[in-house]
Design a protein around this ligand. Structure first.
Ligand code: ZN
Length: 124
């Protein structure tokens, strides 16, 4: 029996979510972030969030399953960077240098092709 396109899309999104979770967990392990975990949700417009108390990096299905793969990777590395530096560091020089060190770019490419860079990158 042929699979309907709805099921195909659903399955593809599940595969993307699974791959992103695998990648995120590999990054947690690679950077020694013991006790941290990955969770998904469907609320709001923020792509990701790093919660230090429960040691959870949450990823937004609504945003990330509707964007380029590079943005999913960037979001995961963005939140991993928060987990690696102090909670109150924000997105300044220290945070940005750590992001680049672990392979992030500070670049977000919108679906319409617009590109947004980290302010420290734009200043170069
Ligand atoms: Zn952030």
């Amino acid at each position: 029996m042929a699979e309907s396109s709805t099921d195909g899309t659903h399955n593809a999104l599940r595969v993307i979510e699974d791959l992103a979770t695998i990648y995120a967990n590999e990054q947690l392990f690679k950077h020694g972030l013991k006790g941290w975990s990955i969770a998904w949700h469907d609320q709001g417009e923020m792509a990701g969030r790093c919660s230090f108390g429960p040691k959870i990096i949450t990823l937004n299905r609504r945003v990330l399953l509707n964007t380029a793969a590079r943005n999913i990777r960037e979001t995961i590395l963005h939140e991993i960077t928060h987990a690696l530096v102090a909670p109150d560091v924000g997105h300044g020089q220290l945070w940005y240098e750590k992001l680049l060190e672990i392979g992030g770019t500070g670049i977000w490419v919108f679906n319409d092709g617009r590109v947004v860079c980290h302010p420290l990158e734009e200043g170069k």
